[in-house]
Design a protein around this ligand. Structure first.
Ligand code: GLP
Length: 275
């Protein structure tokens, strides 16, 4: 069945931008166009959101556009992808703190009751995850999930070999991910929580549209696996190949491991898209 107002893609879209700033601008403009297209609906626009360094430029641009009156968040409901297990909201490295610091505190009309973030201090983490998945479903699912990607291709905290049909649940973090994220924890991997609550791969791929931000040389292997590799639990990002409205927004630096043919194909097809 065609998705209302959403163009299904014959192939995954890979939108290659010259640099990080342009990638973020492209993604923010796309998100704003989707929110604005939805504004006369009674149901809120349901937006899935990530943390990490990749989305920071997108959040800055969304804040700028919101303050300039180009987009309202009054009828937007958000669901974040993940949260560290055992970190309270007020911890500076909690994803609750990150989202308020980088986005929600700066929007003029975001309703606090429309913000959903998994509770890393829940007494029963499994029940918290089940409640989250049910709440997403009760709003008719996610309209647009914005995501980032780990160097090992994880989306949300779905590390390699997490089932591609997984739902929101507790995840063990790999040593690699704890080493990468140690930069936020005094460069000490041991200080990075070893577990997190995370939406599942299928929670992401069930959303009507997905945009994954992939930027920088260190994400080049992950981009190649997402676009050119086979669908495999080794690279959970590869599940996006089965989605009918998935967009990879990337910068030139992340394209280093794509074959020249793939790179040219997406530049060519996207140029036609704009005509
Ligand atoms: C964490 C998050 C992911 C995020 C990834 C990449 O592991 N759980 O959702 O995509 O980091 O972060 P960055 O954008 O900083 O590279």
């Amino acid at each position: 069945m065609p998705l209302k107002g959403i163009k299904e893609n014959d192939s995954m879209r890979v939108v290659i931008q010259e640099n990080y700033e342009k990638m973020c601008k492209w993604a923010a403009d796309y998100i704003v166009s989707r929110i604005n297209a939805h504004k006369d609906e009674s149901r809120p626009f349901v937006l899935g959101l990530p943390t990490g360094s990749s989305p920071i430029g997108v959040y800055k641009e969304l804040v700028r556009m919101n303050k300039a009156g180009e987009v309202s968040f009054e009828n937007v409901m958000t669901f974040n992808m993940d949260e560290y297990l055992g970190l309270p909201r007020e911890h500076e490295q909690s994803y609750w703190y990150f989202m308020h610091d980088n986005l929600f505190n700066h929007l003029t009309d975001m309703k606090p009751e429309n913000i959903n973030i998994l509770n890393g201090m829940a007494e029963d983490p499994d029940a918290e995850c089940a409640r989250y998945e049910e709440k997403i479903a009760s709003y008719g699912g996610i309209d647009l999930f914005l995501g980032g990607i780990g160097v090992d291709g994880h989306i949300a905290f779905n590390e390699p070999f997490t089932s591609l049909s997984s739902r929101t649940g507790v995840r063990n973090l790999t040593s690699d991910t704890r080493i990468v994220n140690a930069r936020f924890f005094d460069n000490d991997p041991e200080k990075v929580p070893s577990q997190a609550l995370s939406v599942g791969v299928a929670t992401v791929t069930d959303s009507k549209e997905v945009i994954i931000l992939i930027n920088g040389h260190n994400k080049a292997r992950a981009l190649a696996a997402t676009v050119e590799g086979g669908v495999s639990g080794k690279w959970t990002c590869s599940a996006l190949q089965l989605h009918n409205a998935a967009i990879i927004a990337c910068d030139e630096a992340a394209c280093g491991e794509l074959t020249v043919d793939t790179y040219k194909y997406f530049l060519d097809i996207e140029r036609k898209e704009r005509l």
